[in-house]
Design a binder for this molecule. Structure first.
Ligand code: 13P
Ligand code: SF4
Length: 346
């Protein structure tokens, strides 16, 4: 963006009226109905003007907001057009006809959307929203792994940079890892960089699974002892659902293991009386809004990267059309192959 364009965008931002007027209250009333169980009424006047402005700007700029299940309820239930796990966001990024994609999530998700839509403007409201898994491995590491395990297919978690995807044979998400790995030739596979996801996959397949020492800083903090403590406190009357990025001793204590979308399907389908979600904190708030009869017990591990996205920076991003996500063309075309191979596995 040129200096003049930047100045014009800043002026447009400053001119926005973000007061909680009766008109804004009236227009956002149906939206508040969706979140009234998880956002106190006294907080709504702070969110409503931002929500109202974002929804208007989306229409004006033909923009769509993709939000991950870990986004806070005031984003997830009020301004997002498409919500879901990493797999759903990648799938839906392919078929949007919007000109602008705003990714309310972390950087690797926005990169995946850009890789699949090189001609579109892809925005991430805070460019520093990273991921400990994506930071755990580089493209050079993957090249070394290929030398060390010649001929072994490399299945790489989408929680990685475009450069790492470009060195990989295929991508996986926690929602499809077993299916994708089963589709690969041979009886060995490299499943990188999440050590715990790979260990869980190894329990679901007969293949020999090699991995890497990457961990999610949110899920690695849960412990098996913590889960046993919850079971004791509720005298066993609790259903425990855990994400496969958790350590093996945690998964051993869970009643169900799955991606965030699998967790949602489980809760919506079974309507358990009381649930402990062993994953990022906002997931329980988002499910609570849609499943008022389920009691959610919430151990609160927040992802500091996901929480960098706010209504304010989404609004700013839509006004300025910055920060944009760009991926070098040669990296993008190779990374796209790995992502498209994954999306082709049904
Ligand atoms: P999924 O939504 O694919 O389960 O991923 C969880 C996660 O940690 C994303 O960063
Ligand atoms: Fe990365 Fe974990 Fe945060 Fe997901 S929850 S973005 S895997 S650090």
């Amino acid at each position: 963006m040129s200096v003049t364009e930047q100045a014009a965008a800043r002026a447009a931002l400053a001119e926005l009226d973000l007061s909680y007027t009766p008109a804004v209250a009236e227009a956002t009333r149906p939206i508040y109905e969706r979140v009234k169980d998880v956002i106190p009424a006294m907080e709504w006047p702070f969110h409503a003007p931002l929500v109202h402005a974002i929804n208007r700007l989306k229409r004006e700029k033909n923009a769509v907001i993709l939000a991950h299940n870990y986004q806070a309820p005031e984003i997830f239930h009020t301004v997002a057009d498409i919500v879901g796990d990493s797999l759903a966001l990648a799938r839906r990024a392919v078929d949007t006809d919007a000109d602008v994609i705003v990714l309310a999530g972390v950087h690797f998700m926005a990169e995946t959307a850009k890789i699949l839509n090189p001609a579109k403007t892809v925005l991430i409201p805070d460019g520093s929203a990273g991921c400990s898994l994506a930071d755990s491995i580089t493209a050079a590491d993957v090249r070394l792994l290929r030398q060390k395990y010649p001929g072994v297919p490399i299945a790489t978690y989408v929680n990685t940079s475009a450069e790492v995807k470009a060195e990989s044979d295929i991508c996986i998400t926690s929602g499809n890892a077993v299916k994708v790995i089963e589709s690969l030739p041979g009886d060995e596979v490299l499943c990188i960089p999440d050590e715990y996801l790979a260990k869980w996959v190894a329990t679901q397949t007969s293949k020999k699974v090699y991995t890497w020492k990457g961990h999610c800083e949110v899920h690695e903090r849960f412990t098996g002892a913590q889960l046993r403590d919850y079971r004791g406190r509720f005298k066993g009357d609790i259903t425990i659902i855990a994400h496969p990025e958790c350590p093996p001793d945690v998964l051993a204590e869970a009643d169900f293991v799955g991606s965030t979308a699998n967790m949602q399907d489980f809760v919506e389908g079974r309507q358990p009386k009381r649930v402990l979600l062993i994953t990022e904190c906002s997931m329980a708030d988002n499910l609570q809004a849609q499943n008022p009869d389920v009691e959610f017990v919430k151990p609160c591990n927040l992802c500091p990267h996901m929480k960098k996205i706010t209504l304010s920076n989404i609004l700013e991003s839509l006004v300025t059309l910055e920060p944009r996500v760009e991926v070098d063309a040669s990296v993008s075309s190779r990374a796209r192959l790995a992502v498209e191979r994954m999306l082709a596995v049904k």
